[in-house]
Design a protein around this ligand. Structure first.
Ligand SMILES: [Cu+2]
Length: 511
């Protein structure tokens, strides 16, 4: 069979629009043996000349040679400088797709909904399951106590998957584990975990039992004795903090990005103003229990809050046509962000413990396709949906790329904060003439120095993307506010956290 297209060659093809979809899994396996990774943008760019010469002869790939239109499309892409572009709009005909999975989807067995839309019977079932796992003894693996404890306390089995590439897959597996615990309750086998869309007000239903608080049935660590009750800030204060911490802005910015590291932010020098920043600021906005990584999962809101981050990850995957391994890898910059690539491609790094060696026995690979592998899908929220793709902006681009300078927005980066010096979560405020104009949180354990993942990513940066007019004409300063003020006071001393610096960059747009 020859792969034929019904249209003429594409004049301005892009990586996300056509090129990445022109390779099958078979092509990929075949070329991998020759050291060429067809899911990697960098690899395809670097080997484009030899790929072209192979396919242009009309005999390659072996069983399904490319049509002349495909070959011309590929050459046009090379001549235009390998633009990355954006995926085609949903529903657009995919003449250039060799990815067979695109047509295979199964109906979801678990549909997770916006918590504000649950029917009375759905809510009653959720409350029943939730109350039942809260009542289970700490010796029961399906108890609320055991499930919440995976996040850190009680020690010594602590897991911290934050600010590392495994963050999203790990939390996806964690939610499955929790949802399975809910489903272990007799009569609740069909219950699903709903989500709180954090761009909308704190749901009323989470302000009353059994979702308003949790009482520790036994001590879990220093400061958390038996009988300790989880706590939140007053709800008006939570709303105010979510606003000043820019959580909705960060969510929208993340959803407008095409590359994996830009969607997440933080590592590989990616800007810290996207999904992890929104998540961290969200934790810090909600209050005493949620601010502390050791105990955050004991506040019942944690589960509905995290269900929303998983939904956003899945929505982004769908938008990027990155719901299978090949698709996801096509979004990862293997050169700048090798670890993100390796957690999916290197067998030893696919584990998401404790959820790999124990039920639900998931790995980075088996969490990628939420729908077909886990049977999980999300119903859209009632709020307005997130925007389309915005132009790709960077503070720094490779000199072989062409770029435009964005004139109206500025990136202010607070760089080089050694977070190991700060016990617990903290918030960085950018101030103008003494008034806070933007804030961004970082969520971490008090015992940050004992966490291998935190130690490996000790130096943190914070990005504020603001209209030029907002930062011009005043005196700017930075205030680092620790959550645990009793250790260090209101303002964390700059020299104790590695003398961070301020960098101001114009944003550069690439194709
Ligand atoms: Cu979290």
């Amino acid at each position: 069979m020859t792969l034929t297209s019904t249209t003429a060659p594409v004049t301005n093809p892009t990586w996300y629009g056509q090129i990445r979809d022109m390779f099958t899994t078979r092509d990929q396996n075949h070329m991998a043996a020759q050291g060429l990774d067809l899911a990697s943008y960098d690899s395809v760019v670097n080997h484009a000349g030899s790929i072209y010469q192979q396919v242009a002869g009309g005999n390659m790939p072996p069983d399904t040679p490319w049509s002349p239109d495909w070959v011309s499309t590929f050459l046009n892409w090379m001549n235009n400088g390998y633009p990355k572009g954006t995926p085609l709009a949903p529903g657009a005909p995919m003449e250039f797709s060799a990815r067979s999975w695109l047509s295979t989807t199964t109906p979801a067995a678990r549909i997770r909904k916006d918590i504000t839309t649950l029917s009375n019977s759905e809510l009653a079932l959720l409350k029943k399951a939730f109350s039942a796992i809260v009542a289970k003894p700490p010796s029961d693996p399906n108890s609320y106590f055991v499930q919440a404890g995976y996040h850190w306390f009680p020690e010594p089995d602590t897991y911290c998957m934050h600010h590392v590439p495994g963050y999203n897959p790990w939390h996806r597996a964690y939610l499955v584990s929790f949802e399975n615990a809910l489903r272990s309750v007799p009569g609740c086998e069909s219950v699903t975990l709903p989500y709180w869309d954090i761009t909308t007000p704190f749901p009323d239903v989470l302000k009353s039992p059994p979702f308003d608080q949790y009482v520790l049935p036994q001590a879990i660590g220093p400061g958390y004795p038996e009988g300790h009750v989880t706590s939140r800030f007053p709800y008006e204060e939570i709303a105010q903090r979510l606003l000043t911490n820019g959580v909705t802005d960060d969510v929208y910015r993340a959803m407008s990005k095409t590359d994996w590291e830009d969607f997440h932010g933080f590592w590989s020098d990616a800007a810290y103003n996207t999904i992890i920043a929104a998540h961290d600021s969200g934790h810090n906005s909600i209050g005493p229990t949620m601010q502390n990584q050791e105990v955050a999962a004991f506040d019942p809101v944690f589960w509905f809050f995290h269900c929303n981050w998983d939904r956003l990850f899945w929505e982004w995957q769908k938008k990027m046509v990155a719901t299978d391994l090949h698709g996801l890898l096509t979004t990862i910059n293997e050169t700048n962000d090798p670890i993100s690539y390796q957690i999916f491609t290197d067998t030893a790094l696919q584990a998401l413990n404790p959820f790999t060696s124990n039920p639900p026995e998931l790995s980075t690979l088996t969490t990628i396709d939420s729908l077909n592998q886990l049977g999980i899908d999300y119903q859209s929220p009632v709020s307005v949906s997130t925007p389309g793709f915005l132009p790709r902006t960077r503070r720094l681009v490779a000199a072989n790329q062409s770029f435009k300078v964005e004139g109206d927005r500025i990136n202010v980066r607070v760089n080089g904060i050694n977070r190991l010096k700060i016990p617990g979560s903290f918030t960085v405020h950018l101030q103008k003439d003494g008034k806070t104009i933007a804030s961004r949180g970082l969520f971490q354990p008090v015992a940050v120095q004992t966490c291998a993942n935190c130690v490996a990513n000790a130096i943190a940066h914070f990005d504020f993307e603001l209209p030029l007019s907002v930062i011009q004409g005043g005196t700017l300063s930075v205030w680092v506010e620790p959550v645990n003020k009793h250790f260090v006071g209101e303002r964390f001393p700059q020299k104790l956290m590695g003398n961070p610096t301020i960098e101001v960059h114009l944003l550069l747009q690439t194709e």
